[in-house]
Design a protein around this ligand. Structure first.
Ligand code: ZN
Length: 297
């Protein structure tokens, strides 16, 4: 089994989104709008698992259409996030460069439906696309748009298969579902960043590759148990981060968040989580005093 990191451009967000401030949902959201500090440009990864049952794609990354969010009516999309991506950096062309055509892809599974995870959907018109049922409901329609999702950007044909996780614990994760007949690619519930967020675990010999989506923005934040600024419920996020840490303590785990600058290197080197290390979150270098960034093409 081969697994490819596919970097679909870069994103910048506010430091108060990476590490939440305050305890209520609204306080943490307001802190993002009041925060003048941007992160560095962070990568946005999607993943392609070359499995003998067919290629499984995890998340679809950014699309070049996200360069237009600066004109959005939604204040978060307009003011609180910046994207950088060229059309040839979208997932479709990158898969083709790896020799993976659209017909080779058996399944696409999304950790959640935020705009930098569903931005490459247009490249998969003929694939089965799996998304947690609750996430589809949260993201759809006008209510979804108000929550900051971009359902109006979904391809017209988009009709994902609701992925309902079974009440079947996998390690510390209460619900799970195996996505391959071999049972070596497993979706687990990692609620927090969104209420129905999932992560995808790939079992490789005795090591688990943990495709974490936005369960945390980087590994040190997971180890430190720092809840991000957009999680609707702080306690849910906290217990998911604890569960991930517990899992990594019990099994050699390569932890691979979507926006962690170290994810690709960690995958190549199969660097497992050192759960004894307690570092201060450091991935995010802040640029002070830059309140409203301009969109960068
Ligand atoms: Zn997200």
């Amino acid at each position: 089994m081969k697994i490819h990191p596919i970097q679909t451009g870069f994103v910048r967000i506010k430091s108060a989104q990476v590490e939440g401030r305050g305890h209520s949902r609204i306080a943490r959201q307001l802190a993002i709008f009041g925060d003048p500090n941007w992160t560095d440009w962070l990568p946005t990864y999607a993943w392609a698992i070359e499995h003998r049952e067919g290629v499984v794609v995890v998340d679809t990354g950014q699309g070049a259409h996200l360069l237009e969010t600066g004109n959005s009516y939604h204040p978060f999309a307009r003011w609180e996030v910046m994207f950088r991506i060229d059309p040839e950096e979208e997932i479709g062309p990158q898969l083709r460069a790896l020799g993976i055509g659209p017909r080779d892809v058996k399944k696409v599974v999304l950790t959640h439906l935020h705009m930098d995870h569903d931005g490459g959907l247009a490249h998969f018109p003929d694939c089965e696309i799996l998304v947690a049922g609750g996430e589809i409901r949260t993201a759809s329609g006008w209510a979804g748009r108000l929550r900051g999702y971009l359902p109006h950007r979904w391809p017209a044909w988009f009709s994902p298969t609701p992925l309902e996780l079974a009440a079947e614990p996998f390690g510390p994760f209460a619900r799970s579902r195996r996505l391959t007949r071999a049972g070596d690619v497993i979706a687990v519930a990692t609620p927090g960043h969104t209420a129905d967020h999932i992560s995808i675990l790939v079992q490789e010999d005795d090591t688990t590759l943990f495709l974490a989506g936005d369960a945390s923005y980087d590994e040190s934040l997971m180890l430190a148990g720092k809840v991000d600024g957009v999680s609707p419920d702080e306690r849910t996020s906290s217990s998911t981060l604890n569960a991930i840490r517990g899992f990594a303590q019990a099994h050699p785990t390569v932890y691979l968040p979507t926006h962690d600058p170290q994810s690709a290197t960690r995958l190549v080197n199969r660097s497992t989580v050192d759960t004894h290390e307690r570092t201060v979150p450091q991935a995010v270098n802040l640029e002070r005093g830059k309140r409203f960034g301009t969109m960068v093409g």
